[in-house]
Design a protein around this ligand. Structure first.
Ligand SMILES: Cc1cc2nc3c(=O)[nH]c(=O)nc-3n(C[C@H](O)[C@H](O)[C@H](O)COP(=O)(O)OP(=O)(O)OC[C@H]3O[C@@H](n4cnc5c(N)ncnc54)[C@H](O)[C@@H]3O)c2cc1C
Ligand SMILES: NC(=O)c1ccc[n+]([C@@H]2O[C@H](COP(=O)([O-])OP(=O)(O)OC[C@H]3O[C@@H](n4cnc5c(N)ncnc54)[C@H](O)[C@@H]3O)[C@@H](O)[C@H]2O)c1
Length: 449
């Protein structure tokens, strides 16, 4: 049976566009389907718009820290102006993504896709068939089974707020809560984080997160850990959040309650059973080639596949892997080693490679170089006392096993450690690098002694 297209792709985010452009460039016919404007989460509702809002927050934070350098005026974040800048960027991004698909000769459909057979999809009343189907549908906020969950504001909605409400509660204490709390606090809001876990930012080193906690305090952010949100009620013009901490009940009144409690693969309405695509525990069952174990015509990539952490560089790598496997037969598997991750707090916190706990669990023999470096030049010139590092160096090989950083510009410096890990460089080779001075990177040799 001949199909309408060689490849049909559900989604138009980083994973989807990587595969679409490569497969189309090889001469195959490709159709991409998205129920929202083309471009996906990172460009339109995640990394980029968030970092634009953070740029405003960062300027306010820096000016507040720089009084000792003669900065005098009390900075104010004008939220509507900041949002106009964000909106301009997002609108341009949407347009350029639509153009990208068109200019590559990739057919685009706007609508919700669902499987109707092993090689077929329906988008509303339109039916299409394809030799291969890629699920690159991303992730969505995990549904919270509690009374009043309908009052939660999603991260998508937070990033588009026309007005910043005065009292904001964030449910959860991971990436979204940490980043949004710093944006909102610098915008003048009173912010509370209610986190079920025992600490904030579980994907980052606990000592460094402890050092960063001082900054949450300085920004006036209330952080309650070990606290599970149980319900949200409306009371006149406000929301009341009820949470449990051990046997204590905590209540907070708020104007806005934000969902920051995690995201799961967006698989729910894909009708995967009709496509013969197996799912176990809310995740697609995939082989090492990112191919469905039950339907060889189907591949998955990015947040929808969740083979690696749900981050943009992982979606991009998955895209390259799937494109290679589609074009040359199954031969490539993703290798997520040395993928850096950053939570863009003020200052940022970053990690790459093994955590100290992971390295100990693996019984590796290694040396830990770690310090709170508030008195180093980097911290002093930036007026930011939150500056510290933890670098793990394997004893026998002297290779970098993991690097963990918090402080000014570590979101850039972590990429150098990622490069060292991917290239299997030794600590001694890295120490001999002539880094430009004075930069945060020029501290690297001192982190390796
Ligand atoms: C607030 C926020 C901030 C983030 N910040 C960062 C960051 O700083 N750095 C980082 O590395 N990562 C960040 N991430 C994570 C990053 O955005 C994702 O890992 C990445 O965008 C996933 O890309 P993807 O291509 O897998 O899916 P997506 O970009 O999510 O694309 C999936 C697309 O599929 C569409 N879709 C879903 N179901 C269907 C259907 N049935 N029919 C049609 N279309 C459908 C969706 O509309 C969506 O456009 C952030 C995430 C969020 C939410
Ligand atoms: N800078 C970045 O790279 C970045 C930024 C934002 C989001 N993201 C991606 O998006 C994903 C989702 O981010 P996120 O921050 O929503 O999730 P997360 O998984 O980072 O954190 C969610 C937290 O919510 C807590 N939680 C769950 N239910 C709760 C409840 N009822 N009450 C209180 N706490 C509760 C959990 O204990 C968990 O610690 C992340 O996994 C990340 O990969 C990345």
């Amino acid at each position: 049976m001949s199909c309408d297209y060689d490849l049909a792709i559900i989604g138009t985010g980083v994973a989807a566009s990587t595969v679409a452009t490569k497969v189309r460039a090889a001469g195959q016919s490709v159709v991409a389907i998205d129920s929202r404007p083309f471009g996906g989460t990172c460009a339109l509702r995640g990394c980029d718009p968030k970092k634009l809002l953070l740029a405003g927050a960062d300027a306010v934070d820096h000016a507040q820290r720089a009084t000792a350098k003669g900065v005098r005026a009390e900075p104010v974040l004008d939220w509507p102006t900041l949002q106009s800048a964000r909106r301009r960027f997002t609108n341009e991004m949407q347009e350029s993504m639509e153009e990208l698909y068109e200019s590559h000769g990739i057919k685009g459909f706007h609508g919700r896709a669902r499987f109707t057979g092993t090689n077929s999809l329906a988008i509303g009343d339109t039916k299409i068939s394809a030799e291969h189907i890629l699920i690159a549908a991303g992730a969505e906020p995990v549904s919270l089974d509690m009374p009043g969950a309908e009052h939660l504001t999603t991260s998508d909605e937070f990033l588009e707020l026309d007005r910043l409400p005065q009292r904001i509660v964030l449910v959860g204490g991971g990436y979204v809560a940490a980043e949004f709390s710093h944006i909102a606090a610098c915008g003048g809001a009173e912010v509370t984080i209610l986190q079920r876990g025992e600490r904030l930012l579980k994907n980052f080193d606990p000592d460094l997160v402890g050092w960063l906690a001082g900054k949450f305090e300085r920004l006036g952010i209330e952080v309650e850990t070990g606290t599970e949100v149980r319900s949200i009620e409306t009371n006149d013009n406000e929301l009341v959040v009820t949470a449990r901490r051990g046997d204590r009940t905590i209540r907070r009144a708020a104007d806005l309650v934000v969902h920051a409690a995690g995201r799961v693969p967006a698989l729910e309405d894909l009708n995967l059973a009709a496509g013969g695509v197996d799912v176990r525990g809310g995740r697609l069952v995939l082989n090492e080639f990112l191919q469905s174990a039950s339907n060889p015509s189907v591949y998955a990539a990015g947040d929808a596949a969740q083979m690696g952490p749900p981050l943009t560089p992982v979606s991009s790598q998955d895209g390259h892997v799937v494109a290679a496997n589609l074009l040359e037969g199954n031969h490539r598997s993703p290798d997520y080693r040395g993928t850096p991750s950053v939570a863009f707090t003020l200052p940022p916190i970053a990690a790459v490679g093994f955590s100290e706990a992971e390295a100990r669990n693996l019984d590796l023999a290694f040396t830990v170089n770690s310090d709170l470096a508030s008195d180093w030049f980097t911290a002093r010139q930036a007026d930011e006392p939150v500056y510290g590092y933890k670098v793990l160096v394997e004893d026998e090989t002297r290779r970098i096993l993991g690097a963990h950083l918090v402080g000014p510009r570590v979101d850039e410096v972590i990429n150098l450690f990622a490069l060292a890990i991917r290239a299997q460089m030794t600590a001694d080779q890295l120490k001999q690098m002539p880094f430009a001075y004075p930069t945060t990177a020029s501290d690297i040799p001192s982190m390796l002694s």
